[in-house]
Design a protein around this ligand. Structure first.
Ligand code: MN
Length: 726
């Protein structure tokens, strides 16, 4: 077991000013909280947080991060609450511990590559501080090191999860060493046979390779000096898992893994690159066709380098990568290109930039002398456009940020969306409008009776949900319009004494005249009020329709004229998205300019516009998908609206005269007035006045209420009449 003093010393070495007080406090706290807990290995639990902190110190991270390594399991595995951590260590440390606890609680189950990718994004999206991920990676590294104490089943699961989730994250962060360690440890549990086989072969070469590389680099350095070339060199030996993957993919033996041992040479100029290539190919025997010039022809990701594989004096091949420092930077950035994408190109670029920036930060962090506070106050939001909730089975769903549970339901399946009535988020019932967060576990509640609602469109964010809702509404509306259109046409035909059935063929041949190709479409157009039944019948049998109309009296002609006028759309009202539909003010409430209004699609009659206070609105709300947004046009002419007022009065002589004169005084035309006595003491004046807008109406009502003996003034609506009757 590592001693705390070792950790303290290590931190002090790379960070002399570090707040060791904090580190010690974290150690004492962790030791106290984990006291008595034993790991499956038989060691005291404390050995784990100590080792994790040690790994973080090895990565030369700031003291807050190393302290969180000590505290990372306290909230999850002991009775200590986050509040206690906050109380002892402050907001910053508590926030980090909370982040580690949260991402540890998410279980990854799927084996699909796409799911692994979403899961990685979910983890990264859930943290707003990269140190949380670093602690988690260190935690995972130590857990893998002690995996043998877990049951076989669990071992495999954790190993697979490491390869699917944590290895790619370490890779993207440019942490090559950590990545290799994680890979090899995971491989050991997933495929013990292959691991043993390959590792035996690798180990046999490893010691030699290291010594060999040192010799080779020394020899090269001497030659470079003679030629006045300044070169920086690094060597690396391929990991076990990475060697295995290459052998398997290319079906080759370990001797043919030419880059098993690789040396990178960084120089100052392109000319130097070619000079170095000449030198090394002279020193050792190059393998034919293994010389590659990616400087003359760069790869599509702008990777530039010279590659050559030569046979060393012991007969083992090794690879040389020769490039300028500048080319090396591009190559390092290119790491991101390995991450698998399924999204569009744009997203890929954005993603790359974010990770480039993160990798740079992690690199700088090693370079600065005082890493204190370097990583803190640094908030990341890697995927600001997206949100990643989960199904109860642990499948990650990708949605646009701001999505609701309705979006989630449609992402599962269109039918789930269409039948959804509510949702359970993390076990709690929420309304469908609930906006989902990263890591939310969502279960959609459905009902076979349910159907999409038009107002969902106001809240959904995903195009999938939006178009599915629109599609459903369009289909439903069309169905109802067809039904309505058919009935309207039949009823009208009967009134003209026509039997529609006998005109079936003729009607069908006339369909192109109405710009439709099917009967149903014709009915739909009638149903939506775009064509009148009379128009159709007149075309079908002009003589009969005209004859019938001629027989009707003069008054009915006037009625027809009036109807024609009434059927003209009310231009004072504006409807979004339904330009070609008839708009009229509902007679039940007769809304006037300035009032709050609401529109409903009524099959066959266009859009009826009600005042929001109208009693019929309540009934109509049962079918909210028919609701449409309407508003008064801003530049529209002020209309003249006849409004009926009911004025309750005391039965006093001269009150009718007072009322009529008051109204006339504010330039208002009285269309009709009628006074009645209800009993000995009360009367009602029923008066229709012409008003221009809601303010005008308010003025009249105020002035009426001011008259002595007037008890109440009401606008006549269906409800007002009912109340008066009752
Ligand atoms: Mn842990």
């Amino acid at each position: 077991m590592i001693r705390f003093e070792d950790l303290e010393e290590k931190v002090q070495r790379y960070h002399p000013e570090a707040d060791l007080e904090l580190l010690r406090k974290a150690y004492v706290f962790s030791a106290r909280e984990h006291k008595g807990q034993i790991r499956l290995s038989g060691e005291p639990y404390l050995s784990h947080p100590l080792k994790v902190a040690h790994i973080l110190a090895e990565m030369k991270l700031d003291v807050a991060c190393v302290s969180v390594g000590l505290l990372h399991d306290v909230v999850e595995d002991t009775l200590t609450s986050l509040d206690t951590i906050r109380e002892y260590f402050g907001e910053d440390i508590a926030h980090l511990v909370d982040g580690v606890t949260k991402i540890s609680q998410i279980q990854f189950a799927s084996r699909q590559e796409k799911q692994a990718e979403n899961f990685r994004k979910l983890l990264l999206a859930m943290v707003d501080d990269i140190r949380v991920i670093l602690v988690k990676l260190a935690d995972r590294l130590h857990n893998l090191n002690t995996l043998q104490y877990l049951p076989a089943e669990k071992r495999k699961m954790i190993a697979q999860e490491t390869l699917d989730i944590y290895v790619p994250i370490a890779h993207r962060l440019g942490m090559a060493k950590l990545r290799g360690e994680l890979e090899d440890l995971a491989f050991q549990y997933l495929n013990p046979g292959a691991f043993q086989n390959i590792s035996a072969q690798v180990e046999k070469r490893r010691a030699n390779s290291h010594e060999f590389s040192q010799e080779v680099m020394k020899a090269m350095q001497e030659r470079f000096r003679e030629q006045n070339i300044e070169a920086e060199m690094k060597s690396r030996i391929k990991g076990i898992y990475s060697t295995y993957k290459k052998m398997k993919r290319q079906e080759i033996s370990i001797d043919q893994v030419y880059d098993f041992n690789a040396i990178r040479v960084l120089v100052n100029s392109v000319r130097d690159c070619y000079t170095v290539l000449g030198i090394v190919n002279n020193m050792w025997k190059p393998i034919p066709r293994r010389i590659k010039d990616f400087i003359a022809s760069p790869l599509s990701n702008r990777y530039q380098s010279l590659h050559t594989t030569v046979i060393g004096h012991d007969g083992h091949p090794f690879e040389l990568q020769i490039r300028t420092h500048e080319m090396n930077q591009v190559a390092e950035k290119g790491i991101a290109a390995h991450w698998k994408y399924k999204e569009g190109k744009l997203e890929e670029d954005k993603d790359d930039k974010r990770f480039q920036w993160l990798r740079q930060l992690l690199e700088w962090q090693h370079e600065v002398k005082d890493p204190h506070q370097f990583l803190s106050n640094l908030k990341i939001d890697l995927y600001p456009e997206e949100v990643y909730p989960l199904t109860p089975k642990g499948e990650v769903i990708t949605l646009p940020r701001g999505s609701t549970t309705v979006d989630f339901a449609y992402a599962i399946h269109t039918e789930v969306g269409n039948k959804s009535v509510g949702a359970r988020v993390n076990g709690r019932i929420v309304p469908l409008k609930y906006r989902v967060s990263n890591g939310d576990i969502i279960e959609i509640v459905t009902s076979s009776e349910a159907h999409p609602r038009r107002d969902w469109l106001n809240d959904v964010k995903s195009s999938r949900a939006r178009s599915a809702i629109r599609r459903w509404i369009n289909v439903k509306q069309k169905e109802e319009a067809i039904e309505m259109g058919r009935k309207l046409l039949e009823t009208n035909a009967r009134s003209y004494k026509l039997n529609l059935k006998s005109y079936k063929d003729k009607l069908e041949s006339m369909l192109p005249d109405f710009n439709v190709s099917q009967m149903e479409d014709l009915f739909a157009r009638i149903g939506f009020g775009k064509i009148s039944p009379r128009q159709v019948l007149k075309k079908l049998e002009p003589s009969k329709v005209e004859e019938q109309e001629g027989e009707e009296s003069g008054t009915s002609r006037v009625t027809q004229m009036v109807n024609k006028v009434l059927r003209r759309s009310d231009t004072a009202i504006q409807v979004n998205g339904y330009d070609d539909l008839l708009v009229y003010r509902a007679q039940c409430c007769n809304p006037i300019r300035g009032e709050e209004i609401i529109g409903y699609i009524t099959t066959g009659r266009g859009i009826s516009v009600h005042s929001v206070d109208c009693p019929s609105v309540e009934k109509l709300l049962l079918n909210p998908e028919w609701k449409v947004q309407v508003k008064w046009t801003e530049d529209g002419k002020k209309g003249i609206y006849p409004i009926r007022l009911l004025i309750s009065t005391e039965d006093r002589t001269g009150i009718l005269a007072d009322v009529t004169s008051a109204v006339s005084q504010i330039d208002t035309n009285i269309v009709n007035v009628n006074a009645q006595t209800v009993d000995d003491r009360y009367g009602v004046i029923d008066m229709t006045v012409e008003i221009s807008d809601i303010h005008h109406l308010e003025d009249i009502m105020d002035c009426l209420k001011a008259i002595e003996g007037v008890r109440e003034v009401e606008r006549a609506t269906t409800r007002a009449k009912e109340r008066r009757r009752g």
